[in-house]
Write a protein that binds this ligand. Structure first.
Ligand code: DC
Length: 242
Protein backbone atom coordinates (compact mmCIF):
# COMPACT_ATOMS: atom_id res chain seq x y z
CA UNK A 1 0.00 0.00 0.00
CA UNK A 2 1.71 3.23 -1.13
CA UNK A 3 1.79 6.58 0.70
CA UNK A 4 -0.52 8.09 -1.94
CA UNK A 5 -3.19 5.47 -1.35
CA UNK A 6 -3.03 6.01 2.42
CA UNK A 7 -3.38 9.79 1.95
CA UNK A 8 -6.42 9.24 -0.27
CA UNK A 9 -7.91 6.85 2.25
CA UNK A 10 -7.37 9.41 5.03
CA UNK A 11 -9.23 12.26 3.31
CA UNK A 12 -11.96 10.11 1.75
CA UNK A 13 -12.83 8.42 5.04
CA UNK A 14 -14.25 11.68 6.41
CA UNK A 15 -17.55 10.41 4.97
CA UNK A 16 -17.33 6.77 6.01
CA UNK A 17 -19.24 5.08 8.82
CA UNK A 18 -18.07 1.57 9.66
CA UNK A 19 -20.32 -1.10 11.17
CA UNK A 20 -18.55 -4.26 12.27
CA UNK A 21 -19.98 -7.23 14.08
CA UNK A 22 -20.62 -10.96 13.98
CA UNK A 23 -22.87 -12.83 11.57
CA UNK A 24 -26.53 -12.07 12.18
CA UNK A 25 -25.95 -9.05 14.43
CA UNK A 26 -28.08 -6.98 12.06
CA UNK A 27 -25.16 -4.97 10.72
CA UNK A 28 -26.13 -5.27 7.06
CA UNK A 29 -29.75 -4.21 7.68
CA UNK A 30 -28.52 -1.32 9.82
CA UNK A 31 -25.85 -0.30 7.31
CA UNK A 32 -28.28 -0.43 4.40
CA UNK A 33 -30.94 1.63 6.19
CA UNK A 34 -28.41 4.13 7.52
CA UNK A 35 -26.88 4.64 4.09
CA UNK A 36 -30.30 5.37 2.67
CA UNK A 37 -31.04 7.89 5.45
CA UNK A 38 -27.71 9.64 4.90
CA UNK A 39 -28.04 9.51 1.12
CA UNK A 40 -24.75 7.62 1.00
CA UNK A 41 -23.77 4.31 -0.57
CA UNK A 42 -23.89 0.95 1.16
CA UNK A 43 -20.87 -1.35 0.87
CA UNK A 44 -20.86 -4.81 2.39
CA UNK A 45 -17.33 -6.20 2.45
CA UNK A 46 -18.52 -9.69 3.43
CA UNK A 47 -19.79 -9.94 -0.16
CA UNK A 48 -16.22 -9.48 -1.42
CA UNK A 49 -14.98 -12.37 0.77
CA UNK A 50 -18.02 -14.42 -0.22
CA UNK A 51 -17.46 -13.83 -3.94
CA UNK A 52 -13.82 -14.85 -3.58
CA UNK A 53 -15.01 -17.95 -1.67
CA UNK A 54 -17.33 -18.73 -4.58
CA UNK A 55 -14.43 -18.42 -7.04
CA UNK A 56 -12.33 -20.84 -4.97
CA UNK A 57 -15.18 -23.35 -4.70
CA UNK A 58 -16.05 -23.22 -8.40
CA UNK A 59 -12.45 -23.34 -9.63
CA UNK A 60 -11.44 -26.08 -7.20
CA UNK A 61 -8.25 -24.10 -6.44
CA UNK A 62 -6.57 -24.31 -3.03
CA UNK A 63 -6.97 -21.03 -1.12
CA UNK A 64 -3.56 -21.57 0.51
CA UNK A 65 -1.88 -21.47 -2.90
CA UNK A 66 -0.66 -17.88 -3.37
CA UNK A 67 -0.52 -18.12 -7.19
CA UNK A 68 -4.15 -19.22 -7.26
CA UNK A 69 -5.04 -16.43 -4.82
CA UNK A 70 -3.27 -13.89 -7.06
CA UNK A 71 -5.19 -15.10 -10.10
CA UNK A 72 -8.57 -15.21 -8.43
CA UNK A 73 -8.16 -11.86 -6.64
CA UNK A 74 -7.11 -10.26 -9.97
CA UNK A 75 -10.17 -11.75 -11.62
CA UNK A 76 -12.31 -10.49 -8.74
CA UNK A 77 -10.82 -6.98 -8.91
CA UNK A 78 -11.54 -6.71 -12.63
CA UNK A 79 -15.02 -8.18 -12.53
CA UNK A 80 -16.54 -7.41 -9.13
CA UNK A 81 -19.48 -5.04 -8.92
CA UNK A 82 -21.72 -4.14 -5.95
CA UNK A 83 -24.79 -2.00 -6.44
CA UNK A 84 -24.58 0.59 -3.67
CA UNK A 85 -28.38 0.82 -3.32
CA UNK A 86 -29.80 -2.68 -3.82
CA UNK A 87 -26.76 -4.64 -2.62
CA UNK A 88 -26.83 -6.69 -5.85
CA UNK A 89 -23.45 -8.35 -6.41
CA UNK A 90 -22.12 -9.17 -9.85
CA UNK A 91 -19.07 -10.80 -11.36
CA UNK A 92 -18.96 -9.31 -14.83
CA UNK A 93 -22.39 -10.07 -16.34
CA UNK A 94 -23.20 -12.78 -13.81
CA UNK A 95 -25.49 -11.93 -10.89
CA UNK A 96 -24.03 -13.81 -7.89
CA UNK A 97 -26.19 -12.17 -5.18
CA UNK A 98 -27.96 -15.43 -4.29
CA UNK A 99 -25.07 -17.82 -5.03
CA UNK A 100 -22.83 -16.19 -2.42
CA UNK A 101 -25.45 -16.61 0.34
CA UNK A 102 -25.47 -20.43 0.44
CA UNK A 103 -24.22 -22.12 3.65
CA UNK A 104 -21.30 -23.64 1.69
CA UNK A 105 -20.11 -20.23 0.50
CA UNK A 106 -20.67 -18.64 3.95
CA UNK A 107 -18.30 -21.24 5.36
CA UNK A 108 -15.79 -20.86 2.55
CA UNK A 109 -15.80 -17.05 2.90
CA UNK A 110 -14.99 -17.39 6.58
CA UNK A 111 -12.22 -19.91 5.78
CA UNK A 112 -10.52 -17.85 3.05
CA UNK A 113 -10.84 -14.81 5.34
CA UNK A 114 -8.45 -16.47 7.80
CA UNK A 115 -5.66 -16.35 5.27
CA UNK A 116 -3.33 -13.39 5.82
CA UNK A 117 -2.11 -13.28 2.22
CA UNK A 118 -5.69 -13.09 0.93
CA UNK A 119 -6.65 -10.38 3.46
CA UNK A 120 -3.70 -8.27 2.39
CA UNK A 121 -4.67 -8.65 -1.27
CA UNK A 122 -8.30 -7.69 -0.56
CA UNK A 123 -7.41 -4.52 1.35
CA UNK A 124 -7.02 -2.29 -1.76
CA UNK A 125 -10.08 -3.93 -3.38
CA UNK A 126 -12.26 -2.90 -0.42
CA UNK A 127 -10.77 0.59 -0.27
CA UNK A 128 -11.23 1.07 -3.99
CA UNK A 129 -14.94 0.22 -3.80
CA UNK A 130 -15.46 2.65 -0.90
CA UNK A 131 -13.28 5.44 -2.29
CA UNK A 132 -15.40 5.52 -5.42
CA UNK A 133 -18.39 6.60 -3.26
CA UNK A 134 -19.24 10.15 -2.16
CA UNK A 135 -20.03 8.79 1.27
CA UNK A 136 -20.41 5.19 2.43
CA UNK A 137 -21.69 3.05 5.25
CA UNK A 138 -19.54 -0.04 5.16
CA UNK A 139 -20.01 -3.28 7.07
CA UNK A 140 -17.64 -6.15 7.83
CA UNK A 141 -15.42 -7.51 10.59
CA UNK A 142 -12.30 -5.31 10.50
CA UNK A 143 -13.57 -2.09 8.95
CA UNK A 144 -12.90 -0.01 12.06
CA UNK A 145 -9.68 -1.74 13.07
CA UNK A 146 -7.84 -2.28 9.76
CA UNK A 147 -9.54 -1.06 6.59
CA UNK A 148 -10.88 2.37 7.66
CA UNK A 149 -9.31 3.11 11.05
CA UNK A 150 -9.69 6.85 10.41
CA UNK A 151 -13.46 6.76 9.86
CA UNK A 152 -15.20 9.41 12.00
CA UNK A 153 -17.74 6.91 13.35
CA UNK A 154 -17.12 3.23 14.02
CA UNK A 155 -19.87 1.05 15.39
CA UNK A 156 -19.56 -2.52 16.65
CA UNK A 157 -22.93 -4.21 16.62
CA UNK A 158 -23.49 -7.42 18.56
CA UNK A 159 -26.31 -9.65 19.79
CA UNK A 160 -26.35 -12.98 21.61
CA UNK A 161 -25.79 -16.07 19.42
CA UNK A 162 -29.28 -17.30 20.35
CA UNK A 163 -30.93 -14.07 19.19
CA UNK A 164 -28.90 -14.03 15.98
CA UNK A 165 -29.90 -17.64 15.27
CA UNK A 166 -33.55 -16.81 15.99
CA UNK A 167 -33.44 -13.90 13.50
CA UNK A 168 -31.77 -16.06 10.87
CA UNK A 169 -34.35 -18.85 11.35
CA UNK A 170 -37.13 -16.29 10.93
CA UNK A 171 -35.52 -14.95 7.74
CA UNK A 172 -35.20 -18.49 6.34
CA UNK A 173 -38.78 -19.29 7.26
CA UNK A 174 -39.94 -16.26 5.30
CA UNK A 175 -38.14 -17.77 2.32
CA UNK A 176 -39.87 -21.11 2.92
CA UNK A 177 -37.14 -23.11 4.73
CA UNK A 178 -37.58 -24.39 8.26
CA UNK A 179 -34.22 -24.76 10.06
CA UNK A 180 -33.60 -25.70 13.68
CA UNK A 181 -32.48 -22.76 15.83
CA UNK A 182 -30.11 -25.10 17.73
CA UNK A 183 -28.31 -26.03 14.50
CA UNK A 184 -28.02 -22.35 13.60
CA UNK A 185 -26.61 -21.51 17.05
CA UNK A 186 -23.91 -24.17 16.52
CA UNK A 187 -23.10 -22.79 13.03
CA UNK A 188 -22.95 -19.22 14.37
CA UNK A 189 -20.63 -20.22 17.25
CA UNK A 190 -18.32 -21.97 14.79
CA UNK A 191 -18.14 -18.96 12.47
CA UNK A 192 -17.70 -16.50 15.38
CA UNK A 193 -14.84 -18.64 16.71
CA UNK A 194 -13.09 -18.60 13.35
CA UNK A 195 -13.70 -14.88 12.68
CA UNK A 196 -12.75 -13.69 16.17
CA UNK A 197 -9.76 -15.95 16.81
CA UNK A 198 -7.86 -15.79 13.53
CA UNK A 199 -4.39 -14.31 13.86
CA UNK A 200 -4.84 -11.72 11.11
CA UNK A 201 -7.37 -8.89 11.51
CA UNK A 202 -9.67 -10.77 13.89
CA UNK A 203 -13.20 -9.54 14.35
CA UNK A 204 -13.12 -7.13 17.29
CA UNK A 205 -14.26 -3.59 18.06
CA UNK A 206 -11.82 -0.76 17.31
CA UNK A 207 -10.62 0.91 20.51
CA UNK A 208 -12.74 3.97 19.73
CA UNK A 209 -15.75 2.05 18.40
CA UNK A 210 -19.21 2.56 19.88
CA UNK A 211 -20.60 -0.79 21.06
CA UNK A 212 -24.28 -1.45 20.49
CA UNK A 213 -25.91 -4.65 21.73
CA UNK A 214 -28.95 -5.17 19.51
CA UNK A 215 -30.29 -8.25 21.36
CA UNK A 216 -33.28 -6.36 22.73
CA UNK A 217 -33.45 -3.58 20.15
CA UNK A 218 -35.50 -3.27 16.99
CA UNK A 219 -33.79 -2.21 13.77
CA UNK A 220 -35.38 1.25 14.14
CA UNK A 221 -33.96 1.61 17.64
CA UNK A 222 -30.49 0.65 16.41
CA UNK A 223 -30.76 3.15 13.55
CA UNK A 224 -31.92 5.92 15.89
CA UNK A 225 -28.85 5.37 18.06
CA UNK A 226 -26.48 5.46 15.09
CA UNK A 227 -28.19 8.51 13.56
CA UNK A 228 -27.75 10.25 16.93
CA UNK A 229 -24.03 9.44 16.82
CA UNK A 230 -23.76 10.66 13.20
CA UNK A 231 -25.42 13.87 14.24
CA UNK A 232 -23.07 14.38 17.22
CA UNK A 233 -20.10 13.87 14.94
CA UNK A 234 -21.22 16.36 12.34
CA UNK A 235 -21.95 13.76 9.68
CA UNK A 236 -25.45 15.10 9.08
CA UNK A 237 -25.76 18.71 7.94
CA UNK A 238 -28.02 20.63 10.38
CA UNK A 239 -30.70 21.22 7.71
CA UNK A 240 -30.97 17.47 7.05
CA UNK A 241 -31.32 16.33 10.68
CA UNK A 242 -34.60 14.54 11.36
O1 DC B 1 -20.57 -10.35 6.74
P1 DC B 1 -20.67 -11.70 6.07
O2 DC B 1 -21.34 -12.72 6.96
O3 DC B 1 -21.29 -11.62 4.72
O4 DC B 1 -19.14 -12.19 5.86
C1 DC B 1 -18.80 -13.46 5.36
C2 DC B 1 -17.44 -13.89 5.91
O5 DC B 1 -16.42 -13.04 5.38
C3 DC B 1 -17.33 -13.79 7.42
O6 DC B 1 -17.58 -15.04 8.05
C4 DC B 1 -15.91 -13.38 7.66
C5 DC B 1 -15.46 -12.76 6.38
N1 DC B 1 -15.28 -11.30 6.47
C6 DC B 1 -14.10 -10.85 7.01
O7 DC B 1 -13.29 -11.64 7.46
N2 DC B 1 -13.84 -9.53 7.01
C7 DC B 1 -14.73 -8.64 6.55
N3 DC B 1 -14.45 -7.35 6.55
C8 DC B 1 -15.97 -9.09 6.02
C9 DC B 1 -16.22 -10.44 6.02
Amino acid sequence: MGEEMNKDVGSATSRVVTIDGPAGSGKSSAARELSSRLGWDYVTTGAIYRTLGLLFVESGEDYKNEDAADRLVSFLTENYGQDPRSGRVALGDRNVTQDIRSPQISEMASIVAQNEYIRRKLLPVQRKVVLSCQGAVVDGRDMGTVVFPEAPLKVFLSATAEERARRRAEELLEKGSRVSVEALVREIHERDERDANRSCAPMKPAEDAVLIDSTKLSLDEVIEQIIGLCSQRGLIPVSEKT
